[in-house]
Design a protein around this ligand. Structure first.
Ligand code: SF4
Length: 330
């Protein structure tokens, strides 16, 4: 890990603040096949993404600067283990409100200010409003570049491009890598391995036209530019921008989330929804019954799958997905 790299894990991480303070934000996706390496420090019945990220860090040379969001128990445990294992590195845990209204925006703006203060202290320099606005513009450019890159790309290739953008590297899209035919479906969930479950869906004949994932299209859905004249206003606008995105199931505004999913499914011509989430994620387990009811009322068929992040159990999943696709394609 380079000296100025700052690892991050949750899609609500304000990467603009990390950039403005002179660091390079790099989202970590861990090693989906090596999570056992984290078992000494994290319980095996914990989010496999979290365990994969710790396993990857254990294998990397210091420093291990990292920024955490207090969005679930798994992330809190990752932060605790990280602080204990890498005490020489920067580690900050930011609170994330569940509500996305005015009070939510104010609370998130305050958290951004707290984070920025900690980054300034660690970097030993003051961040000016110009630094912040420049970082916001750069991040917006990257987001727009992602949208241009994924035009006409589906499924695993689209999610791989989203991951590359979050890892701060140029997406390498191989033409052979992407699927342009198949039964159109919308995929919704937390975070999935593009080389695991997504490739299984494609082998079964699905064309994922929208990836409502936190390592897929969701982080690229905010529109508002940040133009504030002073630091408090910039941070408030930035907070509003993060809360304007298509919400993750961990947020309180489920109704907005369901409405946006239904609209998106119709817009993309999806014939059904595949709802897939990583094991042990309570937010997505609680979310599913309500979403299923909403989709039932809209007459949109849905299939629920679970992922262990590595997704070695392909045969069993293939059969279920093939049967679902056959049913919705009529
Ligand atoms: S699923 Fe939601 S809360 Fe969890 S890491 Fe992704 S954006 Fe953050």
């Amino acid at each position: 890990m380079a000296d100025r790299d700052m690892a991050w894990f949750c899609a609500y991480t304000p990467v603009e603040l990390i950039r403005a303070a002179g660091f390079r934000p790099v989202r970590r996706f861990g090693d989906p096949h090596g999570l056992e390496a984290a078992d000494t420090y994290l319980h095996p019945a914990l989010c496999p993404y979290v365990r994969a990220c710790l396993a990857q860090a254990l294998d990397q040379a210091p420093p291990h600067h990292a920024m955490f969001v207090n969005c679930c128990d798994g992330m809190r445990r990752l932060h605790d283990a990280w602080k204990a294992l890498f005490p020489e590195s920067f580690a900050f845990l930011m609170d994330l409100p569940r509500r996305t209204d005015e009070r939510g925006r104010e609370a998130l703006g305050r958290e951004f200010a707290r984070l920025l203060g900690a980054l300034e202290e660690f970097a030993g320099r003051r961040v000016t409003p110009d630094d912040l606005l420049r970082a916001c513009r750069e991040e917006r450019e990257l987001q727009l570049a992602y949208r241009r890159t994924v035009e006409g790309l589906w499924g695993a290739a689209r999610v791989a491009a989203a991951q590359a953008a979050q890892e701060d590297r140029a997406p390498a899209v191989e033409a052979a890598d992407h699927v342009s035919t198949g039964v159109p479906v919308l995929l919704s969930g937390n975070l999935l391995n593009p080389r695991g479950l997504l490739s299984i869906l494609e082998r079964a004949g699905a064309r994922v036209v929208w990836a409502d994932l936190c390592n897929g299209d969701r982080p690229f859905t905010a529109e508002a530019p940040v133009t504030g004249a002073d630091r408090p206003r910039i941070l408030r606008e930035l907070a509003a921008r993060y809360l304007e995105r298509h919400p993750c199931a961990r947020m309180a505004d489920g109704e907005r989330r369901y409405r946006l999913l239904v609209e998106r499914a119709r817009e993309c011509g999806a014939l059904g929804v595949i709802y897939a989430s990583l094991k042990f994620c309570d937010s997505y387990l609680y979310d599913f019954p309500r979403l299923r009811e909403r989709l039932r009322r809209e007459e949109i068929p849905v299939l629920r799958l679970e992922s262990d992040y590595a997704d070695g159990h392909a045969g069993q999943l293939l059969t279920r997905v093939e049967a679902f696709l056959e049913m919705i394609a009529g």
